[in-house]
Design a protein around this ligand. Structure first.
Ligand code: HEC
Ligand SMILES: [Cu+2]
Length: 347
């Protein structure tokens, strides 16, 4: 008696295309599944072992064989065995799980950056080149991609089952997750944190493309301005360059090369300047004042959107020198000065 091939095909297709067992489409997916299958096997083994013993004992020590109950005092050897073996298994699972956790949440240094902003009820992805997409994410295969994510309102959670990654998206704080897609295809994107009435509609597609298709996509969907270029405009229009112009007389610290460096604060502590720190430095400047500077930077809380903050962060990341900062300052000053200069005739 064999299972019909049609039924078998239907079964495997249902398993791999449904949420129960989605395709393994990232480098981490087989590792996550291996741990999952191991836990599942251990559980089944435990159920079978206990079930078999219950059955065996209830037949062997049934009333007809043992009419009078006997008091058993216990066995140290037996107790030690059933303590030490499960302990060993649990510790093994702990080490395996911790190793996997660190692999999933520590992005490699060369990962490509994409920003994700979640809000009720949609996902917006922003690529460094300025490509924006709603409820979709295009990524290249065979390359680590890091998502830096933030919510504009409530808690959300970004989940790509086929990649076996999921991370909370929180208001007020960047969280990150990374993956390396191994198969071209279109995969489900879910919000896995109940976030209001239309939570179930907060879904989308993740499209993994071959490197050349991805290249084509980035060129077709460009908005003409990269995130850093948008940030440069904001930096001038919000007056950041009034204090951060890199000159000796500047009232604010030089921001060129600050990304990735270690800053010493007035309270003596040291901080690594990453995306999260830059964002926080703009919103809560008084909470971590750089050593050697007065706490004069105003807070920009409520004056700038998460998208604007991402642009500014990307701009500061690209700052290697202050040449452009000073250029924009000169142009914005002369633009402002022009109308008030007496006797000047505008062309
Ligand atoms: C009134 C002057 C002033 C303005 C305007 C200003 N800053 Fe600052 N900024 C400072 C000073 C002073 C510090 C150092 C003390 C501190 O950390 O608060 C600083 C610190 C920072 C830091 C922390 C990094 C470091 O090297 O200390 C960042 C990032 C930053 N500013 C970005 C910005 C951005 C972006 C804007 C515009 C939206 C801006 N600043 C506007 C004066 C200013
Ligand atoms: Cu949500």
């Amino acid at each position: 008696m064999g299972i019909s091939p049609v039924l078998w095909q239907f079964l495997t297709k249902w398993l791999t295309t449904s949420a129960i067992w989605p395709a393994e489409a990232s480098t981490i997916a087989p590792w996550a599944d291996a741990l999952y299958i191991f836990l599942w096997l251990m559980t089944v083994l435990g159920v079978l072992l206990v079930g078999a013993l219950v059955l065996f004992f209830s037949i062997r020590y049934r009333k007809e064989n043992h009419p009078v109950a006997v008091q058993i005092e216990g066995s140290t050897l037996l107790e030690a065995t059933w303590t030490i073996i499960p302990l060993g298994i649990f510790l093994f699972v702990f080490v395996w799980g911790a190793w996997l956790y660190f692999r999933i949440y520590n992005p490699p240094a060369d990962a490509m950056q994409v920003y994700v902003v979640g809000k009720q009820w949609m996902w917006k992805a922003e690529h460094p080149g300025g490509q924006h997409e709603i409820n979709a994410l295009h990524v290249p295969m065979g390359r680590p991609v890091q998502l830096t994510m933030i919510s504009q309102d409530v808690f959300h959670s970004y989940s790509i089952p086929a990649f076996r990654v999921k991370r909370e998206v929180i208001p007020g704080r960047y969280t990150t997750v990374w993956f390396n897609a191994t198969q071209a295809g279109t995969y489900h994107l879910f919000c896995t944190q109940y976030c209001g009435t239309q939570h179930s509609g907060m879904i989308g597609e993740v499209i993994a493309l071959t490197p050349s298709d991805y290249e084509k996509w980035t060129q077709q969907s460009t908005s003409g301005m990269s995130l850093a270029q948008n940030g440069e405009r904001l930096f001038a229009s919000m007056g950041c360059n009034a204090c951060h112009n890199g000159t000796a007389a500047a009232r604010g610290p030089n921001l060129a090369g600050v990304y990735g460096s270690k800053l010493t604060l007035t309270n003596g502590s040291q901080v690594l300047v990453n995306e999260a720190y830059l964002r926080d430095a703009i919103l809560n400047p008084s909470q971590h004042v750089t050593a050697g500077f007065a706490p004069i930077m105003p807070t920009y809380q409520g004056q700038i959107s998460e998208d604007g903050l991402i642009d500014l962060v990307e701009y500061i990341k690209t700052l290697q020198t202050n040449y452009r900062v000073q250029q924009t300052q000169v142009t914005s000053q002369s633009n402002q000065a022009a109308p008030t200069t007496p006797g000047m005739v505008k062309p």
